[in-house]
Design a protein around this ligand. Structure first.
Ligand SMILES: [Fe+2]
Length: 281
């Protein structure tokens, strides 16, 4: 197995493994070590079944299931696999969406930050990709934390954020409406990564709606400062998708976003989750 770093902000391309075959134990630990070091692994030219993708999740920490309630899910795959599979796609069947996050840009976010125990990682397998655009952009949240002004680090050290997500929403939830039924969870603004024990900033513009205990105005001002990572080229790297790519991304040391792409071009990623552990400060 070869590991080739993608950028100074993180990510690595893995060559020499075939995820459609059982992975020997020594390679499993090499994969885990590379994942902990680089936060994103891109494994090219794969041809894997649902079961192969589950097996990969198992060796990377255990298969997780999505938070979206059964009645709200888009397709039959979800019931067949009890929520372990989710299609990220703009494709439709008989006029009905086959999956979610259909078209367009998606703001930076951590998958699962609105859950009590967020998913440790997300695995995506590319089945259809667009001719241009649609790249996944990653932001290194260890570096985002390290780069904060020392005074600001101190100020937010004991603060928590309320993370709210409205399925299908393209922007931050407005807390001036009744949001009691939306998925939500309070987590620290700075977390300690369960594996590396390093601190990482844990806020994102799509889902972190309010800093707990601050007025709306104070919270918005502070969040604006903390969201600056999204424009900091030193922290960012991206993946341009090709069919057959398998990508695993860490949901505690990274946020990710999606670039816009041409409407009408089919795009489909098969998504599974690696289960997480409770968040610690
Ligand atoms: Fe995501």
């Amino acid at each position: 197995m070869q590991v080739n770093p993608m950028s100074s902000a993180g990510g690595a391309i893995i060559e020499g493994i075939d995820l459609s075959e059982p992975i020997p134990e020594n390679i499993q630990s090499d994969l885990m070590a590379a994942f902990i070091k680089y936060s994103v692994l891109v494994i090219k030219k794969q041809n894997i079944s649902e079961e192969d993708q589950f097996r990969f999740c198992e060796i990377m920490g255990g298969l997780g299931v999505r938070g979206k309630p059964l009645g709200m899910r888009e397709n039959d795959l979800d019931s067949e696999y009890e929520g372990a599979i989710h299609l990220v796609t703009n494709l439709t069947e008989d006029g009905k969406a086959l999956g979610s996050f259909g078209d367009g840009e998606v703001w930076f976010h951590h998958d699962g930050i609105f859950k009590e125990i967020p998913d440790a990682a997300t695995v995506l397998y590319a089945l259809a990709v667009t001719s241009t655009g649609g790249e996944t952009v990653f932001a290194n949240m260890y570096k985002a934390y390290e780069k904060l002004d020392p005074e600001l680090k101190c100020k937010i050290a004991s603060l928590n954020g309320l993370n709210v997500y409205d399925y299908g929403s393209r922007g931050r939830v407005d807390l001036n409406q009744d949001y009691s039924k939306l998925n939500q969870c309070v987590h620290p603004l700075i977390i300690r990564h369960p594996k590396t024990k390093k601190r990482a900033l844990y806020v994102n513009p799509l889902m972190t709606a309010r800093i707990v205990g601050l007025s709306e105005r104070e919270s918005d001002e502070l969040l604006e400062l903390l969201f600056q990572y999204k424009d900091d080229a030193e922290l960012l790297f991206q993946h341009k998708w090709e069919v057959g790519d398998v990508v695993i991304m860490d949901n505690q040391s990274l946020t990710h976003a999606r670039n816009d792409f041409p409407a009408g071009e089919p795009r489909m990623l098969r998504r599974t989750l690696v289960k997480g552990v409770p968040i610690n400060r």
